[in-house]
Design a protein around this ligand. Structure first.
Ligand SMILES: Cc1cc2nc3c(=O)[nH]c(=O)nc-3n(C[C@H](O)[C@H](O)[C@H](O)COP(=O)(O)OP(=O)(O)OC[C@H]3O[C@@H](n4cnc5c(N)ncnc54)[C@H](O)[C@@H]3O)c2cc1C
Length: 505
């Protein structure tokens, strides 16, 4: 089946980056950069009947990553729309404008001609692979950036050291070195190069070159809890793929015409502000305790204070989504209760969780994986633990209403787990044991002022160096409130502009 290919980005979190001291990265700059990366094709009439976005002026047409709407929709998509509409959630037909609130059908990074995923290799690399000045080395693991020992100014990256098949090599850099190892591995490369928290590097016997305590900190993710239900009536769901003949038939269809169930995946997303799923009393209690925690001396003296304050302001903004809900047409999180039954899973995702984790090297060898601690139930002053739990429990209760209302409610034979009859403490226990990452890590080499634990400046340059940049999800200082790929392609285009501008000086 197609891997998830969700393509969109959100306006509000980006407009607030400037409040964090980040300049030159506002919504219109990012929106232009995302459009430069995109080659959008309008949706078919069939996709339009499933509320696909046909907002041409908000999409890029001449870029690289092919995007369009799916050519197959599961039969639960429209009942899901009707249920949410009945609950007062409007259908949003132009999420590409950056306003994500409502229920909508997403644009996917799919080539409408080949029916396959469009991604960095086929969208960019394949077109330039023959150029003599581009060499891509696969199977090579960067072990560190080679920095000079300049004691009187910024360190210069002279190249990188890398390992292939147990042999260590180095490649020199005349101009710049750019790290794009992702939020979970960029900090390790920085630390092994001598850039990061001196205490961590000394423990690993790595000579300290640049003191940057923010490296590897501020790890943020989207956290999700899944809720399962059994369907009544006849439905085509992903459960059917467990039947060999059905799976073979769908594979044949996909191979022959790039259509059918395997050309698609879940298609419908719901984004809601806090007020839509947290009642006024719980909201007041939560905000009071959050404000108290933010006034605490530890938080007032924390270099991350401004990031938390911006995040706090979003709880009362109608335009900032705090909850994402996805309906997946199969049972995803436990064994099925009734053999041959059809199921759906409703997943709730926190867009701006209060917890913070970290990722750090644990040995001087780049081949040893770093320690990744998502900090799922933690953050300074325990802000994360309490508020994150309240928000997830309220999200689950809202999702119960969705499962019991309108056309989706009529199709729901029974809710399997968790159950609407459970007490708050049972739901909290369910969250504790079932919460997982949505694989959207960011923030571990944040673009912030150095005094606020920033790792890169507004030009993506690592503080304390003259020619080392980071361009990946680790530079986002606060969560985007979206699936990250569209913003990441925009980031890559913006990085190119910055680097070309510098090269022409
Ligand atoms: C299963 C899954 C589904 C997803 N679906 C979606 C979706 O539908 N929509 C969406 O918006 N987002 C989605 N995401 C999230 C999205 O893939 C990530 O946010 C995005 O890929 C992050 O990009 P990046 O460039 O920061 O890092 P990455 O894409 O992780 O790239 C980092 C690269 O660096 C390499 N690397 C790391 N360390 C080294 C080293 N030392 N030497 C050499 N190379 C190294 C890695 O192998 C990797 O190839 C999904 C993620 C997962 C896991």
């Amino acid at each position: 089946m197609m891997r998830i290919t969700v393509w969109f980005h959100a306006i509000c979190p980006l407009t607030d980056w400037e409040a964090l001291g980040v300049t030159g990265w506002n919504w219109s700059i990012i929106q232009d950069a995302v459009k430069a990366s995109e080659a959008w094709s309008p949706p078919s009439d069939y996709a339009m009947k499933h509320h696909a976005d046909n907002n041409a002026e908000e999409h890029g047409r001449n870029g690289y990553v092919k995007t369009t709407a799916y050519s197959y929709y599961f039969d639960l998509a429209l009942p899901f729309f009707k249920t949410l509409n009945e609950m007062g959630v409007a259908t949003n037909m132009s999420e590409s404008s950056g306003d994500l609130i409502g229920i909508w059908t997403y644009t996917a990074s799919i080539d409408p001609v080949t029916g396959s995923r469009s991604y960095s290799t086929n969208a960019y690399y394949d077109h330039v692979a023959d150029r003599p000045n581009i060499v891509v080395l696969t199977g090579a693991h960067v072990t560190r950036v080679l920095l000079d020992d300049n004691m009187n100014g910024p360190k210069r990256a002279q190249g990188v050291e890398y390992s292939v098949g147990g042999q260590v090599y180095s490649a020199g850099a005349l101009r710049e070195v750019i790290i794009s190892a992702g939020a979970l591995q960029t900090p390790q490369v920085l630390e092994l190069s001598g850039i990061g928290n001196p205490d961590i590097m000394r423990r690993l016997n790595i000579p300290v070159k640049v003191d940057l305590p923010g490296v590897g900190e501020n790890l943020q993710d989207h956290f999700t809890v899944r809720m399962g239900a059994e369907l009544r009536g006849i439905h085509e769901t992903v459960d059917d793929l467990s039947l060999d003949t059905f799976a073979e038939e769908k594979l044949k269809q996909y191979k022959q015409s790039k259509s059918g169930m395997l050309s698609s995946t879940l298609s419908t997303l719901v984004f809601l502000p806090a007020q839509a799923f947290i009642g006024p009393d719980v909201m007041k209690t939560m905000l009071d305790s959050l404000d108290k925690a933010l006034r605490d001396t530890t938080m007032q003296n924390s270099p991350w204070r401004q990031v938390y304050e911006v995040q706090r302001s979003w709880l009362e903004k109608n335009g900032v989504a705090q909850l994402e809900m996805i309906l997946f047409p199969s049972y995803q999180h436990a064994s099925c209760t009734t053999e041959n039954a059809r199921h759906y899973t409703l997943s709730v995702f926190l867009q701006h969780a209060w917890c913070r984790g970290h990722v750090h090297a644990v040995s001087p060898s780049a081949l040893d994986p770093p320690e990744i601690d998502l900090g799922t139930l933690r953050s300074p002053g325990d802000i994360g633990k309490y508020h994150y739990m309240i928000m997830l429990v309220e999200a689950i209760k809202y999702a119960f209403k969705v499962m019991q209302t309108g056309p989706l409610g009529e199709e729901t034979a029974k809710i399997i787990e968790p159950l609407p009859t459970w007490s708050d403490s049972e739901l909290r226990e369910y969250v504790r044991t079932n919460v997982i990452s949505a694989f959207h890590p960011i923030g571990t080499a944040s673009m912030l002022p150095r005094s606020q634990n920033g790792v890169v400046d507004n030009n993506l340059k690592v503080y304390g160096t003259s020619n080392l940049r980071v361009a990946d999800a680790s530079i986002f200082p606060i969560h985007l409130g979206t699936h990250p790929q569209a913003t990441l392609y925009g980031l890559a285009h913006r990085a190119v502009d910055i680097i070309k501008q510098k090269a022409s000086l």
